[in-house]
Design a protein around this ligand. Sequence first.
Ligand code: BTN
Length: 268
Amino acid sequence: MTEAFESIFKTKLAELLRTNRFGKSIYVFNELDSTQDYANALPITQSVHGTIVIARKQNVGKGRIGRSWVSPEGGLWMSIVIRPDFSADNIIFTQFIAALAVADAIQQATNIRSRLKWPNDVLINEKKVCGILVDVNLESKDKKIVVGLGLNANIESSLINNYLTADTTKATTLREEYGNDIDLVNLTKSIVDRIEYYYNFLSSGKVLEIIELWKQNSDMFGRRAIVYDGIEKIMGEVVDIDQDGSLIMKLGDDSIKKITYYGNVTFR
Ligand code: BTN
């Protein structure tokens, strides 16, 4: 029974994908502790550029900043291995391209225009529908980036919101926003296709184009927000995204502050 889910998902996805390199190697599991841990641990020979790891549910899903990520059946829990052919300075943009890909796929499936929140959240109606986690290992011979996507698709948000702390953005799900369930294989196909599309921008150095597209998909700008930069909470107005991917804020005394730590942003 579960074997069937794994092989059906994998076969259908492989058939649908129109990519050159992403998704040429696909691992699908009925259940995993974490696709991120699995992808991080894959040996170099089994994790070529574009390798995808998907689990129907995760038992120990990982979020950013050491948080856990609730991952019941019905969501899209996926990690993608990237063997970067771009400068290490541009690593931050892997989360930008992943977020853009998710926004495009959501629009394709539901016609809903989601909005991006720096550094790496996808929101619908101000609530988080997808989180992105980027693990980077450029030290060893096995240089790789693992991009994890947690997309709350066909699940009830009450399952997730029960676990939120006071300062996390509320969660939502595609089921709740769209009113219907989405075909997860098609959704995965769209995301992977679009990641490859945007990845090509990154590998050809078109960082400014990525920033521009990202900004068009966000409505953070001009809003007052509180950003935690790893040391302190900074209050101000969100002004722009810098060329290096950092967030530019204008503080109360009109000074400009660049936030490079990938902290949390809360709107006021
Ligand atoms: C966040 O905190 O916003 C990032 C959440 C990332 C969750 C995804 S689900 C697939 C992959 N496997 C994990 O354990 N985490 C990421």
